[in-house]
Design a protein around this ligand. Sequence first.
Ligand SMILES: C[S@@+](CC[C@H](N)C(=O)[O-])C[C@H]1O[C@@H](n2cnc3c(N)ncnc32)[C@H](O)[C@@H]1O
Length: 248
Amino acid sequence: MYTEVKTHYWKSRAFSSEYQKAYGEVARNVPKKARGVFLEAACGFGEILKRAYRRGSYQLLIGQDASSEMLDQAHANLAKAGIPVRIETDPQCIERDASGVVLVTDDLLRSHLPAGLADMTVFTFPDFGKKLVPHPVDWKLGDAFQAVAGTPPDLDTRIELRYKHALARLTAKNGTIIIADYGIDGSFPYNHANITAGATRMAEMTHMRLQETAFTENKGVWSDTIEAGQRSFGTAKKGYITFLMRKV
Ligand SMILES: C[S@@+](CC[C@H](N)C(=O)[O-])C[C@H]1O[C@@H](n2cnc3c(N)ncnc32)[C@H](O)[C@@H]1O
């Protein structure tokens, strides 16, 4: 699904000092000695998983990604850090009472992992998760919609709702869900009140309760510009926003 080119592209960002700093701060939400099951959704190189392994005392840590190429890279990354890790190709085989560190090939938008699996689920992604790769069926549905309605569907909003539903489904009741968003193509609004309002509403719709939001300025993560034609919410600032949610 994801080409090698994209894997390389993400590598240069994920291992930059700015992203490493951001991952460290997101991972501070993992309580020391936390137990149970930890899930990093769309884990890429597994940088949050690595930190959760070191901070917590989880019985099971899962890194989920749709790309098997990416999971091979995550495997090498975790193994290099001395973490015993295995790859699983069938998400349905993973049970809550399993143990260890597992990387699993699974599409977040059509996940086959069991419901209520994780006590903490973390999702770090640029651009509100909208670059999540949708299943080919979803593109076909979008084309069919356009043919009938004459306008393209609001695929972005549907993907955002879908991944939030998916994160909530994968998390146990009263579990924690963390979404760290790296903004829109290199920029982030200074005044993020409307983003927080939108996130609150979406949380209600997806069985989550928004507990906290935090905006962290991180000078290197993004450039300053909002290019013409992009959605703009106000003055751009470099950084990322973290939503801390509770599954209800
Ligand atoms: C932008 S990288 C972010 C990786 C990681 N979360 C991080 O912050 O470093 C996007 C990752 O999401 C994965 N991905 C894209 N669409 C996906 C989907 N529908 N389900 C699961 N993973 C997906 C890609 O393979 C890639 O590893």
